[in-house]
Write a protein that binds this ligand. Structure first.
Ligand code: ADP
Ligand code: MG
Length: 332
């Protein structure tokens, strides 16, 4: 808790994780966007990490809910309850000024829902900022300058590509190919090639440990042993999976991301394209950490590509930092 007075808070209300940034403190909370509820009374039983641990293990009367889907609110009351809990946990009962990020291209109705849920959760004032813009601020890009920047945020549900100049988004594109899709592709590849059924957690672990955005660049010596259920016998089985396998599994998904980046580059004005060639493309979000992804995007576009420092926290940091310009935001 941080005592009395108004606090400036940034919230990255992600499909997978919610992060809370407090001005002057940095990231103070990073928990799964999950709420456990009692089905008969509707009462909230647990939120965040504690609720996630209940997934798949809940007794009949308790259900674990993910209230966000594809970056927007799917269950309004549960989202508000979750935010209320996270705000109380981080700043107590003070009435903060809150900025929440939303994916670019969401509707006014969806933005309004985020603002209202934030107010219901205890905010004195609530505003929204577009995620690629927040990611760019968090990555330290000169968003207010005339110089153009490009950011590619690869999250759980979506990949968002945006060019930014003079404090605004010049062009953007959002595709539903990102971390979750990689996991699904890994699951179906292993089912087809090895008749083995593996879970989501295993697929994610494979991606993080030996994943590669390129089959050619994949390290053949790198492998992990994974366990699953043999589809022929129905019994548990262990196989050795290589980095080349993992790369093959997600090749098409990676191509779609590369295409989205290329198309966005093709659409930009020659001046902004020149700035991007000079300063490079910045990758943010958890997907930015996929092995060889930065190299592949750079090879395919002939533009330097960098992974932002704190890739997973960039959006939350930028959302919080944007409150420093609250006077500009209030005028809009
Ligand atoms: P969101 O903002 O949508 O909640 P995040 O930016 O937090 O998403 O990123 C979550 C995604 O990043 C998940 O799909 C996760 O598996 C993936 N991820 C995290 N670390 C890595 C890694 N080292 N390599 C590849 N993917 C990763
Ligand atoms: Mg995100």
């Amino acid at each position: 808790m941080f005592g009395i007075g108004t606090r400036n808070i940034g919230i990255d209300l992600g499909t997978a994780n919610t992060l809370v940034y407090v001005d002057g403190k940095g990231i103070v909370l990073n928990e799964p966007s999950v709420v456990a509820k009692n089905t008969s009374t509707g009462e909230v039983v647990a939120v965040g990490e504690e609720a996630r641990e209940m997934i798949g293990r809940t007794p009949g009367s308790i259900v674990a809910i993910r209230p966000m889907k594809d970056g927007v609110i799917a269950d309004y009351d549960t989202t508000a309850a979750m935010m209320k809990y996270f705000l109380e946990k981080t700043i107590g009962n003070t009435k903060p000024l809150v900025m929440v990020c939303v994916p670019s291209g969401v509707t006014e109705v969806e933005k309004r829902a985020v603002v209202e849920a934030t107010q219901q959760a205890g905010a004195k004032e609530a505003y929204v900022i577009e995620e690629p813009f927040a990611a760019a601020i968090g990555a330290g890009l000169p968003v207010m300058d005339p110089t153009g920047s490009m950011v590619v945020d690869i999250g759980g549900g979506t990949t968002d590509v945006a060019t930014i100049a003079l404090g605004g988004i010049v062009s953007s594109r959002s595709i539903r190919v990102a971390g979750d899709k990689f996991d699904e592709s890994i699951i179906s590849y292993i089912r087809q090639q090895y008749s083995l059924l593996v879970g989501e957690r295993t697929a994610e672990q494979i991606k993080m440990e030996i994943g590669s955005a390129s089959v050619q660049k994949a390290d053949e010596g790198k492998s992990i042993s994974i366990r699953g259920r043999d589809l022929m016998t129905g019994l548990p089985k262990t196989i050795e999976l290589t980095s080349v396998d993992a790369a093959r599994a997600i090749q098409e998904d990676v191509n779609e991301i590369v295409t989205a980046v290329k198309e966005t580059l093709e659409e930009t004005s020659p001046e902004i394209a020149a700035d991007i060639i000079d300063h490079g493309i910045v990758l943010t979000g958890g997907g930015a950490l996929l092995g060889n992804l930065a190299e592949v995007i750079s090879d395919e576009t002939s533009v330097p590509v960098f992974i932002a420092q704190d890739a997973l926290e960039c959006v939350a940091i930028g959302t919080g930092e944007s409150l420093k310009n609250i006077d500009v935001i209030r005028r809009h």
